[in-house]
Design a protein around this ligand. Structure first.
Ligand SMILES: *[C@@H]1O[C@H](CO)[C@@H](O)[C@H](O)[C@H]1NC(C)=O
Ligand SMILES: *[C@@H]1O[C@H](CO)[C@@H](O)[C@H](O)[C@H]1NC(C)=O
Ligand SMILES: *[C@@H]1O[C@H](CO)[C@@H](O)[C@H](O)[C@H]1NC(C)=O
Length: 373
C-alpha cells in the first residue's frame, strides 16, 4: 500500500509537471511572487514623503491615512490605493516604497517606484519644446532607471533578472496624468490645444517604459489609462463655465473627459502594438476611466452622495477652497466620497476601480485571471 501510494504520488507529480510544461500560462501563475509598480501620487505609497526627510509635509499628518492605517502612511489618500488592492488580491504584502531601501532592500515581494508629481515625459521635454517648466521630483524614465539599478543588485546577470521578472507583475501607472495636469491646472493662459500636440509623446513614453521592462524579462504588464479628469474637483473648479453645454449629463466637464478619452484611445493602440511585438507577454490595458465612471454615474450604489466634491478641503462648490491638511474641513466619512482631496481619490473609490480591474470588465483581461487565456 505504502509503495503503491508512493508511486501514484510520483505519477501525479509527473502528470502535474507535464501539464505545467504544456501550459506555460499556468506556470506564469495567477499568483505572482512580486509586483513592481511605477507612477505618480495616485499610487505613491511613501516615496515622496520619505524624500522630504525631516521637513514638514501635510502628508505626514492626519487625516491622511485615517481610514485604513489610522495614521499617515505616505499615501495621498485616506487609506489604501490601487496598487495595495492589487497586492492584496495576489496575497502579497502591501508594496514597500523603493526609495527608502534603494541601496539595501531585497524586495522579495516587489517594490513601488511611484513618486508624487511624477510625469511620464522628462521635464526637459517640456522645457525644450514648450518653454514650460515642470518642477517634478521624478519621471517615468528615471523610475525605470532606478528599477534597473535595483535589479542589477538583487538579481545580477541577465538570466537571474529574467527569472525574477518572469514571476512578477509590473504595474505601469497610472502615469502621464501629470503631464496634462501641470498644463491644464497651471497658468490659465496655457492653451487648451497644446496637450493634444504632446499626447502622442506621452503615450509613446509609457509604451517605451513598458517595452523596457519587457526587454528585461517581464511577462505580465498592466498599463492603466487616465481618469475622467472632467469629473475631478480641481478641474471642475479651475474650469468653471457659465455655458451649460460645457457640462455633460453627469455635470462633468465634457471637453476634459473627451481629452482623457483621446489619451486612453491612443494608449490602447500602444498596448495593442506592444502585444503584437511581444508574443507571449501579457500586456493588459486597465480602463480607469470606465471604472471611475461607475461611481460618477451611479454614486448612490456606492454610498457616495456627490462624486464631484472633495471629502477633505475647504468651502466652494467642489470643496476645493483649501488644500487638504490637518486644518482642512472634513466633510464627512471618506467612505461617502469619491474624491479625497480634490485631485486624489478615496480608498472607497480606489476599491471600486481595483475591483473592476481585478474581476472585470475594466481590464481587457481581468487582472485576477491574467494567467488564463
Ligand atoms: C520662456 O519663458 C520664460 C518665462 O517662463 C520667459 O521669460 C522667456 O522669455 C521664455 N523664452 C522663450 C524663448 O520664449
Ligand atoms: C518563465 O516562465 C515560463 C513559464 O514557466 C518558462 O517557460 C520560462 O522558461 C521562464 N523563463 C525564464 C527566463 O525563467
Ligand atoms: C458653449 O459650449 C459649446 C460646447 O462646449 C460651444 O460649442 C459653444 O460655442 C459655447 N457657446 C458659447 C456662447 O460660448
Amino acid at each position: 500500500m505504502g509503495r503503491l501510494r508512493c508511486s501514484s504520488a510520483v505519477f501525479l507529480l509527473a502528470a502535474v509537471s507535464v501539464v505545467l510544461l504544456l501550459n506555460s500560462d499556468v506556470a506564469l501563475g495567477c499568483g505572482f511572487k512580486r509586483i513592481f509598480s511605477f507612477g505618480d501620487s495616485i499610487i505613491d505609497t511613501g516615496n515622496f514623503v520619505y524624500s522630504t526627510g525631516n521637513g514638514p509635509s501635510a502628508l505626514k499628518e492626519l487625516p491622511f491615512g485615517m481610514t485604513f492605517f489610522n495614521k499617515p502612511s505616505g499615501r495621498i489618500c485616506d487609506g489604501r490605493v490601487l496598487v495595495d488592492f492589487y497586492a492584496e488580491a495576489f496575497n502579497l504584502p502591501l508594496l514597500p516604497p523603493s526609495i527608502p531601501e534603494l541601496e539595501t532592500g531585497q524586495f522579495a515581494t516587489g517594490a513601488n517606484f511611484a513618486v508624487l508629481a511624477s510625469t511620464a515625459l522628462p521635464p526637459d521635454y517640456f522645457k525644450n519644446k514648450y518653454n514650460f517648466t515642470m518642477n517634478v521630483p521624478s519621471y517615468l524614465p528615471a523610475q525605470v532607471d532606478s528599477f534597473k539599478k535595483v535589479l542589477a543588485r538583487i538579481a545580477p546577470g541577465d538570466s537571474a533578472t529574467r527569472a525574477l521578472l518572469n514571476e512578477s507583475l509590473v504595474v505601469m501607472g497610472e502615469i502621464g496624468g501629470n503631464d496634462y495636469n501641470f498644463w491644464f491646472l497651471g497658468d490659465p493662459k496655457n492653451s487648451r490645444d497644446t496637450p493634444d500636440q504632446y499626447l502622442p509623446d506621452v503615450v509613446a513614453g509609457i509604451g517605451a517604459a513598458a517595452q523596457a521592462v519587457i526587454d528585461l524579462g517581464a511577462r505580465a504588464v498592466l498599463v492603466p489609462g487616465n481618469f475622467p479628469i472632467g469629473c475631478v474637483p480641481v478641474y471642475l473648479n479651475a474650469h468653471q463655465s457659465d455655458n451649460a453645454s460645457d457640462y455633460d449629463e453627469n455635470h462633468c466637464l465634457r471637453w476634459f473627459n473627451d481629452f482623457s478619452q483621446r489619451h486612453n484611445g491612443a494608449l490602447k493602440q500602444e498596448v495593442a502594438r506592444l502585444r503584437s511585438q511581444n508574443p507571449g507577454v501579457k500586456v493588459v490595458f486597465a480602463d480607469y476611466f470606465g471604472a471611475a465612471m461607475q461611481f460618477v454615474q451611479n454614486p448612490q450604489q456606492y454610498g457616495i452622495a456627490d462624486p464631484l466634491v472633495a471629502c477633505c478641503g475647504g468651502d466652494g462648490k467642489y470643496h476645493t477652497g483649501k488644500p487638504c491638511d490637518k486644518n482642512a474641513k472634513l466633510w464627512g466619512s471618506p467612505a461617502g466620497f469619491a474624491s479625497w482631496d480634490g485631485i486624489h481619490m478615496t480608498e472607497k473609490a480606489y476599491s471600486v476601480i481595483a475591483a473592476g480591474v481585478l474581476d472585470g470588465p475594466y481590464a481587457d483581461t481581468p487582472l485576477r485571471n491574467i494567467c488564463q487565456g
